[in-house]
Design a protein around this ligand. Structure first.
Ligand SMILES: [Ca+2]
Ligand SMILES: [Ca+2]
Length: 611
């Protein structure tokens, strides 16, 4: 969806288009790249142009051309830096690079964070990095720290891991997106202060979107604390576990807050009984409305207040619908300010909701979940005061992703719909690359495929959609990409089933050098394989050559001759109709295709005939 806030243009693209809301949110991630033609890609790592991220950032700041920084795998100790200019992307290559400040306060820039985004840096993406050991003398050493920015820029933090920092993320850009991240344990400090996983620390932040994350084990702090004017907490897991997390969600200065589709768990060591706290410090931002919709909220402490507004200023209104409140405690400190309906309450921790694995914090519903009370018992939660549709469009997927929430009867109560859709499991059969293209072949069983999509990227570009190949009757999906230059590419097949669940298969392919002519004699994997009536054999010749392409049985006897003659250099295809030399269909079973070309080059591929 594209959300927009009224005053400043920005947007987020996402799979939630069907929400159709236009008034909110931020962050145009597809416009991450700088329009500046002089933009440079700088590589960091052993044997790369820059040994440290700090060196690459100094160069990127000096050139101020909206550079991309690619961090190669490895552990970077005492490597830290400041992003001082706009339109910077820092992206780690798998396996995810680790930045370890080694719990030494001299190891982070300005005593702030391993990566600091200065207020002068607008539109920054930090992708696929791990941050650990950030400690500062001020006791708020961060994995990533974004300085206050009262201008219309954004910061996106994606696919990152944080743990054992004094704060994982402290940030207040105009717009902030944090998605698909793990924000793990925060470190105790000598004053035993409040160490949050996610902290938006000033009201200049206009919009926070925090989604598809797993925030857990804050030490004497909150999984998420937001002073943003508009806070969206969507489809996350926020769990104290064994640590001393205080509030799972703290919205201290009021504002508009959306808490939708989350798993929220207060642990046995929480020093404060409240799980969601709203307006406890001030009315510092104008909104006075909050929405708690389709969450599964669990209290393992012996006592508790699920939603606490007792210190908030006047004029506060909340909506609470379709939630599961599981465990002892008071639902609302002040029920008069909350419109509440269609919530399921079980104070006993006796698994009456029929959760899949509550001891493991997995609150998916099961066949034991009560129909009519939880399953299909939700209502359309309506819209917010600002017109934002409150119904959950997505659901959290353990641990760091999400999926479209399936539509199975009426909306269920809680964070998950039952039955959970079963994603179609797709399997890569072959990936063949020649000088003039790539051919990929997958197998995706089942007859409930709603759509397929093939994407391509390189190690430093984002996914590009190539097409939507159809599965054939044999459940095979074939895609041929004739648009690639030599180099390494990753292909992704996404198969979405009719319930909305998606299965992904990613494959790296190396395309060799060449200008349309193969470097060596080659015979691609036969397609389709197995086959019944018609088999296509693709082969490539580096030079014009006498060619014999035949089919042989397991005893090595020639069954059929497909090509026998002189062919020019380049790529060719030939069809075998499954008949032997006498024109009879051959028996089902295994055969071989053998290509013989000039210079004694011989290539063999297995063929399976299945009738
Ligand atoms: Ca608590
Ligand atoms: Ca349902």
């Amino acid at each position: 969806m594209v959300y927009e806030l009224p005053r400043r243009s920005a947007a987020v693209t996402s799979e939630e288009h069907n929400r159709g809301q236009k008034r909110f949110l931020l962050l145009l991630l597809v416009l991450v790249a700088s329009p500046c033609l002089a933009s440079t890609t700088r590589h960091v790592g052993v044997g790369q142009a820059y040994a440290t991220l700090q060196d690459a950032l100094l160069a990127a700041n000096a050139s101020d051309t909206g550079d991309s920084i690619i961090v190669h795998p490895g552990t970077y100790r005492n490597d830290h830096g400041t992003i001082g200019v706009s339109n910077i992307t820092i992206k780690g290559l798998d396996p995810r690079p680790v930045f370890d400040a080694e719990q030494d306060s001299t190891h982070i820039e300005n005593q702030e964070g391993i990566i600091v985004v200065a207020s002068t840096a607008l539109n920054v993406t930090i992708d696929n990095l791990e941050f650990t050991g950030a400690v500062s003398d001020a006791q708020n050493g961060c994995g990533v720290r974004v300085m206050p920015e009262d201008s219309p820029g954004w910061v996106a933090i994606r696919n990152c891991t944080f743990h054992d920092n004094q704060m994982d993320i402290e940030a207040c850009p105009d717009s902030l997106l944090v998605e698909n991240c793990e924000l793990g344990r925060t470190l105790p400090t000598y004053t035993n202060g409040f160490q949050h996983c996610m902290y938006v620390n000033q009201n200049v932040c206009r919009v926070l979107v925090f989604r598809y994350n797993y925030a857990h084990r804050p030490h004497n702090g909150h999984e998420i604390k937001s002073r943003a004017q508009n806070t969206f907490i969507l489809y996350n897991r926020l769990a104290d576990e064994d640590e001393t997390g205080t509030y799972n969600i703290d919205i201290p200065d009021c504002g508009t807050a959306y808490i939708i589709g989350n798993v929220i768990v207060q642990g046995v060591n929480s020093p404060n009984e409240s799980l969601i706290r709203y307006g406890a410090e001030s009315g510092g931002v104008p909104g006075r409305d909050f929405y708690i919709i389709n969450n599964t909220i669990v209290n393992r402490l012996g006592t508790g207040v699920f939603v606490n507004t007792d210190l908030s200023p006047g004029g506060v209104t909340g909506v609470s619908r379709n939630n599961i409140f599981y465990g002892p405690g008071t639902l609302y400190s002040d029920p008069s300010v909350i419109t509440s309906s269609n919530n399921y309450v079980d104070t006993n921790l006796d698994n009456a909701p029929g959760f899949l694995d509550p001891a493991g914090d997995d609150y998916h519903l099961t066949a034991a979940s009560p129909g009519g009370a939880i399953v299909d018992a939700g209502v359309d939660p309506g819209t917010s005061l600002e017109g934002y549709a409150l119904a959950p469009a997505m659901q959290y997927v353990y641990d760091l992703t999400s999926e479209t929430r399936p539509a199975v009867g009426a909306l269920d109560i809680g964070a998950f719909e039952y039955p959970t859709a079963t994603a179609i499991s797709a399997l890569l059969l072959s990936a063949d690359a020649g000088a003039n293209g790539v051919r990929l072949q997958w197998y995706a069983p089942g007859d409930q495929i709603a759509s397929t999509s093939v994407y391509r990227r390189t190690s430093d570009t984002d996914w590009v959609l190539l097409g939507h190949p159809q599965a054939d009757v044999g459940h095979q999906i074939i895609y041929e990409d004739r648009t690639v230059a030599p180099g390494r590419y990753e292909y992704r097949l996404a198969v979405r089933d009719v319930f909305g669940a998606e299965s992904l298969v990613d494959t790296w392919v190396a395309v060799p050098e060449g200008d349309g002519v193969p470097r060596v004699t080659s015979l691609d994997a036969a397609t389709p394989n197995p086959f019944g009536e018609r088999l296509v054999l693709h082969y490539g010749l580096p030079v014009s050559s006498r060619v014999r392409l035949g089919v042989f049985d397991l005893q090595g006897r020639r069954v059929a001759t497909v090509v026998d003659g002189v062919e020019p250099e380049g790529w060719h295809s030939a069809v075998w109709n499954g008949e032997d030399a006498a024109g009879h269909l051959v028996a089902s079973g295994m055969y071989f295709a053998r290509l013989e070309a000039a210079g004694g080059a011989t290539r063999v591929r297995k063929i399976v005939v299945a009738r």
